[in-house]
Design a protein around this ligand. Sequence first.
Ligand code: HEM
Length: 435
Amino acid sequence: MTNTYHRPPEQRSTAPSGCPVHASWSPLSAEYLADPYPIANELRDEHSVFWSDQLAHLVVTDMSLIEEVFMNPDVYASSNVQDPIAPLCPAARDVLAAPDFDPVAVMSNRQMPDHARIRVFTRQGFGNRRLKTLEDYMRSRATHLLDEMIAHGSPAEFVQSFAFPLPAEIVFRFIGFPPEDDRMIKSWCVNRKAFSWGQPTEAEQVAIAEGMIDYWRYCRDFVASRRDNRADDFTSELLDAWEADPGPDTNPNAETGISYREVESVVYGISFAGHDPVTALMCNTLLCLLPRRDQWQALIDDPSLAANAVEETLRFESSQISWRRVTNVDTTLGGVDIPAGTRLMLNFASANHSPDRFDNPEEFDITRETANRHISFGKGIHFCLGAGLARMEARIALELLAERLPNLRLVDDQSLTYFPNITFRGPNALHVEWS
Ligand code: HEM
């Protein structure tokens, strides 16, 4: 198995024999994109594991089985999590064949034992000291964006005025990218959702591939500039670690250290992981809270409820409703025999609404004591590194909104649209008003 960052599938997987098959369900259907939960619940009640003909993946709907998959990385590899879900067209493949486009799998898609070797350094980078520094920056940027939104007057489009710029800027400052490059970097990262988790047209595939190459080159130049000129940021910390122990750069079988290419690739991978799902989480929190005026009022009366309101949103209307794995060996899951090489889609939407795990799962309740038992950040060795950062960003945003705009409401009769993809979920636009 190679450690290439993106490996477009050569061909579709086929159904394991004897496995229940669903011929028509597609996570990209208009109905599922508009509201996945009623359908996901039905799918889970019918089968805990089934084959989706449309997606050509084995779908796991049951929380315990999803946990079993996450906790057995030797059996269920994460090497496919950044891959396009369907084969790419030849023109896009040609673009990606550029000889200098060579990021390597480093975190979510890297396997043991290398994953553990690299994660040591990245985990350090997400430590409390940096989160504290970012918290101050975040409060000031959030306040600034909110001031601007309020100054422009009601109504406002929340994604463009607040939820998109804020998490992007936070993760770019975390990495160390200069603020003057924000607009350019955002334009490169935004299409990654279509590339790996959607079904872009051939023309879109080519445009996205070109953006990915531009972004990779930018990341490499940025890391090179930091190599000569360190600052107080995550990239500089990774470079310090590389200098102290370049591991695979000197010995391909090294058990410690981090290589220079791995440093470049962490920078490349983290910018998308670090902002798109947080944008969606901020929107989903408002979508859940604002129509339920009693719960919004409870939050205004007691801002300490904000953290649990974010947790309940991650359970009830998560910004990430699936993730993937591929079997390394023949195995059995939920009574279904699965050959090696089978691709799996783990359905968080059905698991997070499971009545076995949550009382009244269809009720949104910001005081729910078990809200944080959702699976939205994964589990086990790949558990989301940015969970603390994402939680902090969404909580601070909510605290500020409740304090500054207590009579914030959703604009009536807006029809929400969602970017067609199998994993990330948040509205493309969200119109809010206040008086
Ligand atoms: C609401 C926001 C977010 C959600 C729902 C989310 C969800 C996830 C999920 C499901 C995984 C895979 C877990 C697994 O395979 O077990 C993951 C991994 C990861 N996430 Fe997040 N994430 C969010 C925000 C962030 C942020 C803000 C960052 C960084 C700034 C980040 C960085 C990462 C990284 C580096 C990994 C790979 C970790 C590893 O493989 O060791 N995420 N995330």
